[in-house]
Design a protein around this ligand. Structure first.
Ligand code: 6R9
Length: 648
């Protein structure tokens, strides 16, 4: 039973929304009853070189799995983000850039974007980059990151953006996996006044590569900091592009040619290279951007996500630019120089649509209302969240204080795998309930199934699956198609498994309740517990490690590590610091455990499987409800774990 308040559409109709609730219901039903007709029409939201006649060819059956959309059409993603807008909006701002330092800013028009991207594309070609080559992008949030992505798309190269907060080890793994011979980076990144040595990380990564030789490293000068240079391999971005031609023809791509790879955590130690293709992804990113954010001509739109994540791909770069919007890229953090920064940026550029993560909202809430209230925020029409469930408290604060009860909040549920938003309110058309991602987007068929895969009706809680494809769905795990089939299509027959659990209420609204697998969500970032465990066991005196999430006020989930040392060694504060450093070096700062508990053993079944359920309870301090522990090989270990729980 949901007792939370419902926010009626009448109170928060976005000024000139495209759809109302009746229209949503009609359109939704049509899209489900006749998906071919629906998607045939919606595919026209982007420009095609050779128009498609085929809409979809999909089979979710494990043995015959394949997913193709618009597969006889051809197009170019970059042309859709830039060239198609030049006749009408060459002088409109495409990208507003706000630097970490509040006095750094830039306005990039569509014309300038065109020239920058063409020059970059020509530079890549000159370095030998061809269609279907993988190019790794390891960049700060600066316009050159978007130029790089678009330049790759222009010449048919597949970009693989690696989050600038990842370590050189994580970077090396991703370069190796994609056999990428070119890396685009910057000398250093700057966030919250702190610098991160990106180029140095690339240098280290280059030495760690097992499979690939790195031919070229393109370096954007961001800070001018000292860097080690390798002659013959390293090139300054400026030197490459300055003399390059301002025109570069677009490669004609098949709809199903790859557009990009993006690595994401799963339940095993090795991140998956999620592969998205050109036609379907562009249609889906473009369409959802327009409807979910109720985008109208002239709106200023700001999504705070880094381009290293899927949100940055679909809703900082491709979705907004495909719609000819003005998209704001922010290099810094929400609390630097102070907790008012976001709202100052909103006022400075008259931002109309603001999209961020619950963790940022919770972090800002801690500073109270004053940093918000001292700004006007008059321009805001719509607020959005993504990345994790938003707790009703944070939702209310966002709605009442930030949005002054004037802006609907779109709580958008989706994944790297889905390419774009699948569950979401439509502003002006969906009554809001704080904490619920509400209803499916057009053409999307969610369902809840029990652990055997039987579909649950009405109000229920179960595994969230999708029964039908949509154009933005991932097509495979790069070079590991088996892994794609096994991860998403083997547990439940003929359905796409998300790995999330959810509840459906009496209004058909979806409430995400957590993950089914060993993936945790730290500040909206997905991390496989196995990845962190393998980082910790690299320490020579660690015998075994088990990592679980626990509730954390700001991060949503914190990281709790149980560590067994080799016989004769003892835990210490210094060792904790060493282990944290291991996680930082292997993965990055987001993977550093909040709490480390040294323990002589772990709760294991007789077959040797760690009972993580118990570890999760211990980490959260919920000792009275440990469930059945009789199947443990050594039940006494539970008492030792609870007695020695570490409280921060
Ligand atoms: C876009 C993105 C995906 C996982 C997903 C789920 C969680 C995302 C959410 C949400 C509740 C929302 N998630 N949006 N949970 N409400 N509105 O975040 O992609 O990094 O792949 O993470 O994030 O658990 O499965 P990704």
């Amino acid at each position: 039973m949901n007792t939370l308040q419902i926010y009626n559409v009448d109170e928060n109709v976005a000024s000139n929304a495209w759809v109302d609730h009746e229209r949503y219901l009609t359109l939704y039903q049509q899209s489900i009853d006749n998906p071919e007709a629906f998607w045939r029409e919606q595919g026209k939201c982007i420009n095609w070189i050779k128009p498609y006649t085929q809409i979809r060819d999909v089979d979710f059956n494990y043995d015959n799995l394949h997913i193709r959309w618009y597969y006889d059409g051809t197009l170019n993603a970059c042309a859709n983000c830039i060239d198609r807008h030049l006749p009408t909006r060459a002088h409109q701002t495409a990208i507003i850039w706000e630097g970490d330092n509040p006095s750094d800013e830039a306005y990039i028009t569509y014309q300038v974007l065109y020239e920058k991207v063409c020059q970059f594309a020509n530079a890549l070609k000159k370095l030998g980059v061809k269609k279907s080559d993988v190019v790794t992008i390891y960049m700060p949030m600066i316009p050159e990151a978007a130029y790089a992505m678009l330049a790759c798309a222009r010449i048919g190269a597949i970009h693989s953006v690696v989050f600038g907060g990842f370590s050189s080890e994580a970077l090396a793994n991703r370069i190796d996996n994609g056999l990428s011979r070119v890396v685009i980076t910057a000398d250093e990144s700057v966030r919250g006044g702190k610098r991160t040595p990106l180029k140095e990380n690339v240098n280290t990564a280059a030495k760690l590569l097992k499979e690939t030789t790195l031919d070229s490293v393109i370096v954007v000068k961001r800070t001018g900091g000292d860097i080690h240079w390798e002659e013959g391999r390293d090139y300054w971005y400026d030197d490459l592009v300055n003399n390059a031609s301002l025109d570069c023809p677009c490669e004609e791509m098949d709809a199903e040619d790859p557009l990009f790879i993006l690595y994401t955590s799963g339940s095993t130690g090795k991140p998956k290279g999620v592969l998205h293709t050109t036609g379907g992804y562009m249609v889906y990113a473009s369409l959802t951007y327009r409807y979910v954010f109720d985008y109208h001509e002239g709106d200023i739109y700001w999504c705070t996500a880094d381009v290293g994540w899927i949100t940055g791909h679909s809703y900082v770069v491709f979705g907004p630019l495909a719609n000819g919007a003005t998209t704001l890229m922010f290099e810094g953090t929400p609390t630097y120089p102070d907790a008012s920064r976001c709202w100052q940026i909103v006022d400075k550029y008259k931002v109309n649509i603001f999209y961020t993560a619950p963790t940022a909202i919770r972090a800002l809430m801690r500073f109270g209302d004053e940093p918000v209230k001292k700004t006007s925020r008059q321009s805001l029409k719509l607020l959005g969240t993504v990345g994790e469930p938003i707790n009703p408290n944070a939702w209310e604060w966002y709605y009442n204080i930030v949005g002054k009860q004037q802006c609907p909040i779109v709580d958008t549920w989706w994944q790297t795998e889905t390419g774009g938003i699948l569950l979401t309110p439509l502003p002006g058309a969906t009554n809001l309930k704080p904490g619920s991602a509400t209803l499916p987007f057009f053409g999307i068929e969610p369902a809840l199934v029990d652990d055997k895969g039987s579909i649950l009706q009405d109000t229920a809680e179960g595994n969230l699956v999708f029964l039908n494809s949509w154009p933005g769905q991932m097509r495979t795990v790069y070079q590991h198609h088996e892994r794609f089939r096994n991860t998403y299509f083997s547990n439940f027959k003929n359905m796409f498994m998300t790995g999330d659990r959810a509840r459906r209420d009496e209004d058909g609204y979806y409430w995400i309740t957590g993950r089914v697998d060993d993936v945790i969500n730290v500040s909206g970032h997905r991390l496989g517990t196995a990845e962190i465990e393998s980082a910790l066991v690299k320490h020579e005196i660690v015998a075994e490690a088990a990592v679980v999430g626990f509730p954390h006020d700001i991060k949503g989930q914190g990281i709790y590590a149980f560590v067994i040392l080799v016989v004769g060694k003892e835990g210490s504060k210094a060792l904790c610091e060493e282990l944290k450093l291991m996680a930082r070096q292997e993965i990055g700062p987001i993977a550093v455990p909040d709490i480390i508990q040294f323990t002589p053993g772990l709760p294991k079944t007789r077959s040797g499987k760690i009972m993580r359920r118990i570890l999760r309870k211990v980490a959260s301090g919920e000792f009275d409800d440990l469930g059945d522990i009789s199947t443990l090989a050594d039940p006494t270990i539970v008492e030792s774990l609870t007695l020695n729980r570490v409280i921060k």
